[in-house]
Design a protein around this ligand. Structure first.
Ligand code: HEM
Length: 559
């Protein structure tokens, strides 16, 4: 099912046939707290719905003159895509693809914008009210604490970053996303016209901003569409979101599609209160049940409502180093290298999770979003009930009128990590029910919107040197979400258990000795420890940003 459009991250309903899906979706449980209506017209489009475009260009700008910058900002507000537009487009796109089998009939090029704390301080009078200390300090200042290399000659040291380092921090991040390279570049040219050709009264004037870096990203071509550059399918697991898109009682942003669990979107996709990702709505409470709303999340200034923090990390991937290491270690252990790779990530390259495809890959499952996320770690997952004959599918997918999730064996419990290592990337970065306090785990989630950049290495082992992931993630607490996951889980060799080891993909051991231990249980049940000699993922740029509401952009930031 190769598709040109990387639509995995969009949990939207099809526009046509929507009534059937809504009817089939479980209604809100009796007595459940009402879910807020999300202000989709005011929230930027990439946050909740996800652009899901095959091409993206980030433009990183520096402010050179505040009043001119405000004038320029006012001129580009009409270009900024809202969640309402992106949501409607994604639904239309999906419906057309389901019915006609082709996707690129409807197209759109989207633009979103975000600001650093320093920029907001210059553009507004009350940015100091932001609560998040990490946002205020910025990524470069936080880098060492995140385990990034600090040696004077280390490429990962922020002194050497291509953007966002100590000497080249960006004030503004613009994301331009499109369906084809040509359309995306056209979108970039339109934005650049507003900068280089800024002429509000017909007279060329300084726009008050300067482009300091341009980052392009692109989904890999078929057959690796949707795979990151180590070649594992990415964007499989995303949090589901509570909240409605209209006043109708069941008009949810994330449809409820698991007949076994009314608190999930697709099977295995736990629903979170939207305040985890957008300010001004209830979030999760670590001391209440996962389904109960926590307090309304407040960013600080009143205008932070409907906005979200955006973490950008430019992560270079050492493809040759990673692939060679996996081959060598697999040979030494007498293992299939694909199996060892799956132990590192917790999923096979196809996206099939170790938890449901324990010994061999299952590429069909990898592609079925109703199946590829339906697992926990401590608890076994019950099978989905069979559909009554003729009933509409409860978990809609790209294959209409079937429920392929039922073709696969349900996930067993795996408390020891015999199936999915406790240190595997997906288990470290989202331990699901592993710690006994699921409510707390759900306060550390990320809405990931990344895209690969650069050319993959060639089969002859040659490499382009600069290939990796444009990691983008939205959240309402950089401290408690992105930084917590990085410091307390991914880089913590004693999480979940003492001496578990590091996340083999992402984990960094701070300091000059960068070797990392990774432990797992092999298919004969024997514990194994691997020592990873150096980092395979190297930070080379980024920044902490705030993606404001349209209203804040118009009435506070640009006025
Ligand atoms: C080059 C760097 C990275 C690579 C190659 C990578 C790769 C992957 C892959 C292949 C998956 C599985 C697909 C999925 O579940 O969606 C995944 C999931 C995930 N990654 Fe990464 N990732 C990278 C960076 C990061 C960073 C920086 C973070 C956050 C600190 C992160 C957090 C996550 C999370 C939260 C999940 C989903 C886990 C789940 O919900 O089960 N990743 N990543």
């Amino acid at each position: 099912m190769a598709v040109a459009h990387h639509e995995r991250e969009a949990p939207g309903l099809p526009l046509f046939g929507r009534a059937e899906v809504e009817a089939a979706a479980a209604p809100a449980p009796a007595g459940a707290p009402p879910e807020p209506v999300l202000d989709l017209e005011d929230i930027q489009g990439n946050i909740l719905s996800g652009f899901n475009k095959d091409f993206q260009v980030l433009l990183l700008l520096r402010i050179t003159d505040v009043p001119a910058c405000k004038r320029w900002l006012r001129s580009i507000i009409p270009m900024i895509a809202t969640a309402e537009e992106v949501q409607a487009f994604n639904q239309l796109f999906k419906s057309i693809r389901v019915r006609r089998g082709e996707g690129l009939i409807v197209r759109a090029t989207w633009v979103n914008i975000a600001f650093s704390f320093d920029a907001l301080k210059r553009l507004t009078s009350d940015a100091n009210l932001f609560n998040d200390q990490s946002f205020k300090k910025g990524l470069a200042a936080q880098s060492a604490g995140l385990g990034d290399p600090t040696g004077p000659n280390d490429q990962g040291n922020p002194n050497h970053w291509v953007v966002g380092g100590r000497h080249n921090q960006a004030d503004i991040l613009l994301i331009v996303a499109g369906d084809t390279l040509g359309e995306t570049l056209h979108g970039v040219a339109r934005v650049e016209d507003t900068i280089y050709g800024f002429a509000p009264q017909g007279k060329l004037t300084s726009p008050g901003v300067q482009v300091i870096y341009k980052q392009s990203g692109a989904v890999q071509p078929s057959p690796n569409t949707g795979h990151e550059h180590f070649n594992f399918l990415d964007g499989v697991s995303q949090p589901g979101l509570r909240g409605r898109v209209s006043n109708a009682p069941n008009d949810w942003l994330t449809p409820r599609q698991n007949p076994n669990d009314e608190n999930q979107g697709k099977p295995g996709q736990d629903l979170l209160w939207p305040g985890e990702f957008v300010f001004g709505y209830p979030g999760q409470d670590p001391n209440k049940k996962v389904e109960d709303p926590g307090p309304v999340k407040n960013g600080g200034p009143p205008w932070s409502k409907n906005g979200s923090f955006l973490v950008y990390r430019r992560l270079q991937q050492d493809l040759v180093g990673f692939n060679t290491f996996v081959l060598e270690q697999a040979a030494a252990l007498g293992m299939d290298p694909e199996r060892l790779g799956a132990k590192f990530v917790g999923r096979w390259k196809s996206g099939a999770p170790d938890m449901r495809a324990p010994q061999v890959d299952n590429p069909l499952m990898g592609n079925v979003d109703c199946a590829n996320n339906n697992f926990d770690f401590q608890k076994a997952t019950p099978p989905l009930p069979p559909l009554p004959p003729g009933a509409p599918p409860t978990c809609t997918d790209d294959i209409p009128n079937t429920n392929p999730a039922q073709q696969f064996d349900p996930a067993p419990a795996d408390p020891t990590g015999a199936l999915c290592p406790v240190a595997a990337h997906i288990r470290k970065s989202y331990p699901r029910d592993d710690t006994g306090n699921e409510s707390d785990i759900q306060t550390h989630r990320l809405l990931r919107r990344g895209i690969p950049y650069g050319e993959p290495s060639l089969d002859d082992g040659s490499t382009t040197d600069d290939t990796g992931l444009v990691f983008l993630a939205y959240m309402t607490s950089i401290e408690n979400q992105f930084e917590f996951v990085t410091k307390n889980w991914v880089n913590n060799s004693n999480f979940r258990d003492p001496d578990t080891g590091f996340d083999p993909i992402l984990g960094q051991r701070a300091g000059t000795n960068r070797t990392r231990k990774f432990t797992f249980i092999d298919d004969d049940g024997n514990p194994q420890t691997i020592t990873i000699p150096h980092d395979f993922v190297i930070p080379t740029g980024g920044g902490y940003f705030f993606s404001p509401s349209i209203c804040a952009l118009r009435h506070h930031i640009s006025s």
